[in-house]
Design a protein around this ligand. Structure first.
Ligand SMILES: O=C(O)CCC(=O)C(=O)O
Length: 331
């Protein structure tokens, strides 16, 4: 007799429960997570708590590309810029993610290291963000790192939008640390008009006619990009990580989010930080990582094994993080 979908779902839930960290491992990881020096020893070539020197590892975006991609963002809700970041920096960040993963952490813990907070602070990126999010823009504390294994069928996140209705007050940045190809699960999205049409139909619980459905399939944009590129989208855009179609190379990337100053941000995005100030304190980094981890089991169910650990770190860092915000509180 074949198992029903409900039986499959409960079996998976039971397996996930069994894979939870033991109390001993949870205690060990809790202590290690809070130990800055242990992170430094784990990845001796990456810093924690050092603001980058001026002019270090500049990012490259030509004026023509910046203007063209701003036009694309205004028209279609997304942009793509190829090979923006220094390749040595990207290689270092990739090795950092690999070291964090090899030590048994969700790869988002790479955000304890400076590189992951400073990458969007170079003058060229800051000027692109000013042009697209507005002068005085802020970073929210929603960050994540992605690892999509190089095995056929393994996929990135399922289709979603980030902040519906946020217009041009919101921008997500997505930076690949390995080449992201159609074969290993690059990003895909639907441009603004098509995204809106689907989101409205979903909100109104209305089926789409098959002619619309076929048209939408043709509208899908694949965003294969080499390591060190930068792509991004507005909060209304439906986007997703593709499924590996046979590529052997894992797909590694990171995601950051930015807000117009004065925009109404959600509680999940708080605290907002000022990208012109010093890099966020270590506790705030940990807080941001586990805040996201608690939320993103909806996209990555295997993270459930780390949830009790995330809750403990969250409780430990929440107060310190609230007082560490260096920007106006989100409304
Ligand atoms: O990398 C992925 O698979 C998904 C990224 C994404 O959707 C996001 O950062 O919002």
């Amino acid at each position: 007799m074949a198992a029903s979908p409900q039986q499959f779902a409960s079996a998976i839930q039971a397996l996930l429960k069994m894979s939870e960290l033991s109390p001993e491992e949870m205690q060990r990881r809790f202590e290690e997570a809070l130990d800055v020096d242990r992170w430094r020893r784990l990845v001796p070539f990456a810093s924690i708590g050092e603001d980058p020197p001026d002019g270090a590892e500049p990012a490259l975006i030509s004026d023509e590309d910046a203007a063209a991609e701003k036009r694309r963002l205004d028209r279609d809700g997304y942009f793509r810029l190829h090979r923006v970041f220094d390749s040595a920096r990207i290689a270092r960040m990739r090795r950092t993610v690999e070291a964090v993963r090899a030590d048994g952490w969700p790869v988002a813990f790479a955000f304890v290291f400076d590189d992951f907070w400073s990458i969007a602070r170079t003058p060229r990126i800051a000027s692109f963000l000013e042009g697209t999010v507005g002068e005085g823009y802020l970073q929210n504390t929603v960050v994540w790192a992605h690892w999509v294994s190089g095995e056929r069928g393994v996929a990135g996140w399922s289709p979603h939008d980030d902040y519906r209705g946020s217009g041009d007050t919101f921008l997500s940045l997505w930076i690949p640390l390995s080449d992201a190809s159609v074969d290993n699960g690059c990003m895909f999205l639907l441009p603004a008009d098509a995204s809106r049409e689907i989101s409205t139909a979903v909100d109104e619980q209305r089926d789409l006619p098959s002619s619309t459905f076929r048209r939408m399939l043709q509208d899908i944009i694949a965003l294969p990009v080499p390591a060190g590129s930068m792509i991004g989208w507005r909060g209304d855009l439906l986007h997703w990580g593709g499924a590996n179609a046979g590529g052997a190379e894992p797909r590694l990337s990171l995601a950051l989010e930015f807000r117009a100053r004065g925009a109404r941000a959600s509680r999940f995005e708080s605290p907002l930080i000022d990208p012109r100030a010093s890099l966020p304190a270590f506790e705030l980094r940990l807080f941001a990582i586990v805040k996201a981890l608690r939320e993103y089991t909806k996209f990555e169910p295997l993270l459930a094994r780390y949830l009790p650990l995330a809750e403990r770190i969250f409780a430990e860092t929440a107060d310190a993080s609230a007082s560490r915000s260096n920007a106006p509180p989100a409304s």
